[in-house]
Structures are given as structure tokens and as C-alpha cells.
Design a protein around this ligand. Sequence first.
Ligand SMILES: NC(=O)c1ccc[n+]([C@@H]2O[C@H](COP(=O)([O-])OP(=O)(O)OC[C@H]3O[C@@H](n4cnc5c(N)ncnc54)[C@H](OP(=O)(O)O)[C@@H]3O)[C@@H](O)[C@H]2O)c1
Length: 245
Amino acid sequence: MGSSQQTVRADERLVAIVTGGNRGLGLETCRQLAVLGYQVVLTSRSLKPGEAAAAAFRESGLRVVAHQLDVTDPLSVERLIADVDGTYDRIDVLVNNAAVALRPADDRGTLQVDIETVRQTLEVNTLAPLRLCQAVVPVMRRVGYGRVVNVSSGMGQLDDMESGWPAYRISKTALSAVTRLVAREVSGANILVNAVCPGWVRTDMGGSSATRSVEEGAAGIVWAATLPDRGPSGSFFRDGRPIAW
Ligand SMILES: NC(=O)c1ccc[n+]([C@@H]2O[C@H](COP(=O)([O-])OP(=O)(O)OC[C@H]3O[C@@H](n4cnc5c(N)ncnc54)[C@H](OP(=O)(O)O)[C@@H]3O)[C@@H](O)[C@H]2O)c1
């Protein structure tokens, strides 16, 4: 992985937004970005856990503020972008991390899954990242810099499509399309848009048998969030290495 980048302190003006920052990989991504010097906006569906997490980070000297964000609520997205842009006059990094894997509703076959489960999963895992890209890219274009990381999953790789968890798999495969389409539309604007699979990580979603720590999983996300100018865009990575879609 591009570890040399991660030891370099970021320009302290850089502002990063992370969705689903109150727990799991989102929380650790906030911590790692803040350690690099970013001003981090830790967003969470409920403000209270987000505020508690941000306050704990600030006690360790990290620059992290909380903001409410339900990624499925267009007004909530609009408020977030207006507040962050209004406060800092820039948004440099967007990590689309928030997602659901609906258990037990999605723990069945593709021919049995309830379409409503697929719809709910697509809302959070695919349409919300698209909505956030639509809201953030104009700010990034104005600033002339941007890094978007769509946190995806090997379970969405067409190259390795198995069975089970159909709604989750479909949502992440569609997120790949969002990633490549947005990357292409912003090419030449110094806005890099990539998808990252964090591996199988010990979180509420990944479960306790998962093979990786949140620190390891988040490192791959942070790597893509801190790519240098002229870095790759429209690619899918695991541990800083390209993988098949
Ligand atoms: N863990 C793994 O093994 C693994 C593997 C591959 C990919 N991933 C991906 O990594 C990312 C993070 O996963 P994780 O393991 O950290 O999951 P997690 O522990 O279940 O956390 C999910 C986060 O998403 C938030 N969220 C869900 N719906 C939301 C909404 N409508 N608005 C705002 N936030 C919402 C949750 O907020 P609440 O606390 O409010 O529910 C929580 O903060 C996801 O994109 C996931 O698909 C994980």
C-alpha cells in the first residue's frame, strides 16, 4: 500500500467528510485521516453517538467535528454540504462508507429475496453515494481538488460473483458503476474517484470471525483518500492494489 503517503502530514486546510463515522470502519477512517492532519467531519445518522466519538477524538488533539447525516435523506445531505462548505469554504475528501447488510432479510437466495429489501439496500449503499457525489463534486470543482472513496466490497465483484446476500451484492456492483461513471465525468478536474474493498473486517457488519482489524481495513480507504495528483481514478482497490470489478 502507499504507506509513504500515510506518514506525510496533510495540508491542514484539507477537509474530509466520512459517512457512517460513528462506528466500525467509518470511525477508524475518521481517526486515521485526523492523525494525518485533516479537518474531519464525522457524520452519523444519529447525532449523539457522532458527537461522543468526535469529542473523544478532540480530547486526543485531533480535529474532528460531528454532523448529523442520514445518507438516504436529501435534505440532510443538502444541510451537511451547505454547513461544511459554509464553514471551511472547501471539501477535499468524501468517504462514502455508510452501508447496510440487512440481516436476516438479505440472508437468502436471489430468487427468494424480498424486492423491498433490495430497494432499501440500494437506497443506502448505492443511491446515497451517488447523491453525495452530486452534492460534493461542484464544491470540489470550485476548489480544484477532490478525492472520493466509495467503500465497496469484494461481494460486489462481477469477476467473483457467488451466491447469498443478493441485495448487498447488487448494491455494491451498482456502486462500481457509480464509481466509474463519476470518475469519467470529473476526469481532468483533479478529482479522483475510486472504489475500495477493505477486506473482511471485524465490525458489526463483518462479525467477530472476520480476518482483519478495523485499522487494517481503514488503511486501504485512507490510502485512496490521500492519492497524489494524477493518481488513479475509476479503479477498484484492495490494500492499495487494483482488483477486478
Ligand atoms: N466489515 C466488513 O467485513 C466489510 C467488508 C467489505 C466491505 N465493507 C464495507 O465497509 C463499510 C463500513 O462497514 P462496517 O463494517 O464498518 O459496517 P457497520 O459497522 O455495520 O457500520 C455501518 C455504518 O453505516 C451507517 N449507516 C447505515 N445506514 C445509514 C444511513 N441511512 N445514514 C447514515 N449512516 C448509515 C451506520 O450507522 P448507524 O450506527 O446509525 O446504524 C454505521 O455507522 C460499508 O460500506 C461496508 O459495506 C465492510
